[in-house]
Design a protein around this ligand. Structure first.
Ligand code: HSE
Length: 447
């Protein structure tokens, strides 16, 4: 049986997970693909660093360059994280024409365009299934299974930490700080949790998915992001009363803000504008994504031919991530066996004129929570501002309070552009009867 040799860079949580998975299922993999994958060396930061699965010392080295340039090494895994050294390592391997498998979403988000271009130039493939939702095969699905579809809608619960926090807030009634502490105690959230709770981890993943789905490189700076910090138990409580669940949702949707038309003659661009965003979202309890709980991830994809599809699973963890790396390893090994390194290119920029729609142009419905003084005329003043901005109110809840006291006022708004709603809320926030900054959470209807 043909053998390919694997050089691993990174032997920490994910790297040792991959090493372990190959020990457990390497023979099964070989019998399925007809190629044996043999680990040759594992480059690590320190030989004695702790790792969840043991890697025998004979495999270890601290010299990653020797692993990359070893002529016996056919395929590389980059499992170190970070964006600077990881870029250098990945580029070094691609320049030698060696396929690279990475789990590094931050690397792809920051340097994906350059890395994909290098992969093309040097005839090496780049595989990255583990970079988005770990064990869920969403990259392979977009690269291969859905290649005959236009992806009109993609909705993703792509951050397990945030999903755990929101699940605890809803089902256990705890506040955000308590839910975050629980996530940290379980090892789901980092001691410094901002990458997850401010939505940036989700943004990296959503940018990769949007680029693949729409064929133009989505600059992470164009993705609108809001994290979880502003969500309170009151929001969860009223959302529940109205029949909704709050999720941090990545949204990639066509038809946002019309088409982009700029330039003249042959330079004229007339591409589709795509909504690409990450924010807490009210989801109707009847939608399947509302029941994706705890640390689980899910991605809902609607293609124009296939219709609705749903992917569900663990989006983090050493074993789920290793599963994705093994799938990529099989593809890279088969590419080498059959001499077909370009059969499935990592990313094809086929939509020259696509663009991300500015959030101000994106339309949605809204849940608005205000803290107002319960005096005659309060509701009328607020309704006038929305009315003047041609924004419709679909329902109003105000718990009975004492006249003159501050009370919550919950408004559900009809479909309107984000820009108009933000402007109206700014004016509402300045009314003397409004006692705290307005809170606005978007509502998704999945139409
Ligand atoms: N921290 C991420 C999550 C996993 O909570 O889903 C890695 O992207």
């Amino acid at each position: 049986m043909r053998q390919v040799n694997l050089g691993m860079i990174g032997g920490g949580t994910v790297g040792s997970g991959v090493f372990h998975a190959l020990q457990v299922n390497g023979d099964l993999l070989a019998s399925r693909i007809g190629v044996k994958v043999a680990v040759r060396k594992v480059a690590v930061k320190a030989l004695d660093e702790p790792r969840p699965y043991e890697i025998p010392a004979s495999y270890l080295t601290t010299d990653w360059q020797r692993v990359v340039s070893d002529p016996q090494v056919d395929i590389l895994t980059e499992l170190v994280g970070g964006t600077t050294l990881a870029r250098t390592m990945t580029m070094a391997a691609l320049k030698l024409g060696k396929p690279v498998i990475t789990a590094n979403k931050a690397l792809l988000s920051a340097h994906g365009e350059a890395l994909f271009a290098a992969a093309r130039r040097y005839g090496a493939n780049l595989y990255y299934e583990a970079s988005v939702c770990a064990g869920i095969p969403i990259i392979k699905s977009l690269r291969e299974a859905f290649v005959g579809n236009r992806i009109t809608h993609l909705y993703g619960i792509v951050n397990g930490t945030c999903n755990y926090i929101l699940t605890r807030m809803k089902l256990a009634g705890v506040d955000f700080a308590t839910a975050l502490q629980e996530a940290q105690a379980h090892g789901y959230a980092e001691a410094e949790p901002s990458l997850d709770i401010d939505g940036h981890d989700a943004l990296h993943k959503v940018g990769i998915l949007a680029s693949l789905a729409h064929g133009f490189w989505v600059n992470p700076k164009d993705i609108y992001v809001e994290g979880l910090r502003a969500i309170t138990p009151t929001d969860i409580q009223f959302a529940t009363q109205l029949g909704y669940t709050i999720k941090l949702l990545g949204i990639i949707k066509t038809g946002a803000g019309g088409r982009r038309t700029e330039g003249r003659g042959q330079q004229r661009k007339n591409g589709a504008r795509i909504q690409v965003s990450v924010y807490p979202t009210l989801i109707p309890n009847t939608h399947v994504l509302a029941s994706v709980n705890d640390v689980f991830n899910a991605v809902f994809v609607r293609g124009d031919i296939v219709g609705d599809t749903l992917f569900y699973g663990r989006g983090a963890g050493k074993d789920a991530t290793a599963s994705a790396v093994l799938g990529d390893l099989a593809d890279a090994a088969l590419d080498l066996k059959f001499g077909t390194q370009h059969r499935v290119p990592p990313f094809v920029p086929h939509e020259r004129d696509g663009a991300v729609a500015p959030i101000a142009e994106v339309r949605s419905r809204y849940f608005v929570r205000l803290k107002v003084e319960d005096v005659p005329g309060t509701l009328a003043r607020i309704a006038r501002i929305f009315g003047d901005a041609r924004i419709g109110i679909s329902s109003v809840i105000q718990p009975a309070g004492h006249q003159g006291a501050s009370v919550p006022l919950i408004l559900m708004l009809h479909d309107a552009p984000n820009g108009a709603v933000s402007q109206a809320l700014k004016r509402i926030g300045q009314l003397p009867v409004v006692k705290a900054a307005p809170v606005m959470i978007r509502v998704e209807d999945f139409d």
